[in-house]
Design a protein around this ligand. Structure first.
Ligand SMILES: CC(C)(COP(=O)(O)OP(=O)(O)OC[C@H]1O[C@@H](n2cnc3c(N)ncnc32)[C@H](O)[C@@H]1OP(=O)(O)O)[C@@H](O)C(=O)NCCC(=O)NCCS
Length: 205
């Protein structure tokens, strides 16, 4: 019998996670939403449920696109539930790679030897991460991102779609790298940085 997975969140990222989880053999037992208005409604081949419907110790995956929300909820819920990692079957994971609980790895991702990915991260479709790079908890590498070797991507970083970073560079915690940008030097925490080469344009928040 298929193992049950409860998905916390009812948005676009929840659908992406559900599609991959089904490919991995899970049955989606429900999409958990905090508001009770839509409980019992059908959603993406399953139904919307509330907190009381999720048994203690169940497999739960936190599928919010917002980094802060996903990480905060994840840190609370991991005491009460089993939080798996969800990895698309087409991803290539080399020897020595470590991936934390609650992290989603999408289709055609490549993780080179000794890459470390923290908890509650999103490594989206087509991302390439070279040897020994580190992704801290709650970050999101959007589709097509290219991370060269020995980089450090901070906690809750949003690394925009199609962006890249050259080797041995670091992006500080809570920073946003704009879509299609090229990072060629260290970027401080709490910044928004865009362009090629990337430049800080403002503080994040
Ligand atoms: C970086 C980003 C967050 C900035 O958004 P914002 O705070 O609303 O900023 P604005 O749109 O007001 O842009 C501010 C300036 O930066 C420029 N800019 C914004 N994003 C840029 C980018 N990706 N590359 C180059 N320049 C960019 C704008 O042209 C504008 O320049 P100007 O002041 O000379 O007109 C956003 O543009 C972005 O790239 N988000 C990533 C989206 C993404 O990857 N989504 C994938 C989801 S999976």
């Amino acid at each position: 019998m298929a193992e049950k997975l409860y998905i916390y969140g009812c948005g676009g990222h929840a659908k992406v996670v559900a599609a991959t989880a089904r490919l991995c053999g899970y049955e989606i037992a429900g999409f958990w939403e905090d508001s009770k208005e839509r409980v019992g409604f059908g959603f993406f081949g399953s139904k919307i449920i509330c907190a009381e419907d999720v048994p203690q110790g169940a497999n739960v995956f936190i599928a919010f696109g917002n980094n802060k929300v996903r990480l905060q909820k994840g840190m609370l819920l991991k005491e009460k539930f089993h939080i798996p990692t969800i990895i698309h079957p087409s991803a290539q994971i080399a020897d020595g790679v470590k991936i934390g609980c609650g992290t989603y790895v999408g289709a055609m991702v490549n993780l080179d030897p000794d890459v470390e990915v923290g908890e509650f991260c999103i490594v989206n479709n087509g991302v390439n991460i070279s040897h020994e790079s580190i992704l801290k908890d709650g970050c999101h590498i959007c589709g097509g991102g290219q991370i060269a070797g020995n980089c450090i991507i901070g906690s809750e970083v949003m690394f925009g779609i199609g962006s890249c970073i050259i080797e041995k560079c670091a992006v500080g915690d809570h920073t946003v790298i704009g879509a299609g940008s090229t990072v060629i030097r260290n970027i401080p925490e709490n910044s928004v940085a865009v362009g090629t080469p990337v430049k800080v344009i403002k503080n994040n928040g």
